[in-house]
Design a protein around this ligand. Structure first.
Ligand code: MN3
Length: 208
């Protein structure tokens, strides 16, 4: 089994000025590509891989030997996290439809949702990701360290649920433009969320 860098459906400068062209290009062609390459190296070495796709692999990390497990956790995790992230980014979409209703239902208001999300992102120590997940049919905001993903389950990532929106808060995601001002990067995120994609994800995983 071999994985590939997913096609980016927009140009590197499409998210300017919120995410600059150079950061996008390096992030996608260097960082994400490295996660893909390292995942493929380890997948090549594993004699028998019973899992048929990369999502099944990160959901079943416990099935792999310890040394493979940590390499897969970091690199297959990195690949999936970034694959989700790129799809969640687009300028000029509207927060509307079922996802809007669900956020208002769960967090009282959009404003309150945003402030909780920002608070979790600002207070997260070190590298990681902030996610909006559906867990037991409830919307939650959770954080993971390094390249962990909620799909890995609580035993590994400390949280669980299906991610429908993710924000990369590694320094490589923002440092060229925002330097140490992670808070400005987090606040800029609201301008580039692809709510159409998040709404599609919500409808896919939320059981009415
Ligand atoms: Mn990244």
């Amino acid at each position: 089994m071999k994985i590939n860098l997913p096609l980016l459906t927009y140009n590197y400068d499409a998210l300017e000025p919120y995410i600059d062209k150079q950061t996008m290009e390096i992030h996608y062609t260097k960082h994400h590509q490295t996660y893909v390459n390292k995942t493929n190296i380890i997948l090549n070495k594993i004699e028998q891989c019973y899992e048929q796709n990369i999502f099944d692999i990160i959901k079943n990390l416990h099935k792999f030997p310890l040394k493979d497990k940590s390499i897969l956790r970091n690199n297959a995790g990195g690949h999936i996290n970034h694959s989700i992230f790129w799809k969640c980014l687009k300028k000029h979409t509207l927060l509307t439809g079922s996802i809007k209703n669900a956020i208002e239902h769960e967090f009282s208001s959009i404003t309150n949702f945003k402030s909780i999300f920002e608070e979790i992102a600002i207070n997260h120590f070190g590298s990681g990701w902030i996610w909006l997940v559906i867990e037991n049919n409830i919307l939650k905001i959770v954080a993971t360290n390094n390249q962990d993903n909620p799909l890995m389950g609580a035993d590994i990532s400390g949280v669980s649920g299906v991610p429908i929106l993710g924000l990369d808060i590694w320094e490589h995601a923002y440092y060229l433009k925002y330097k140490n001002n992670r808070i400005d990067y987090i606040k800029a995120f609201w301008n580039i969320i692809n709510w159409d994609e998040v709404n599609t994800n919500f409808n896919k995983f939320f059981k009415n």
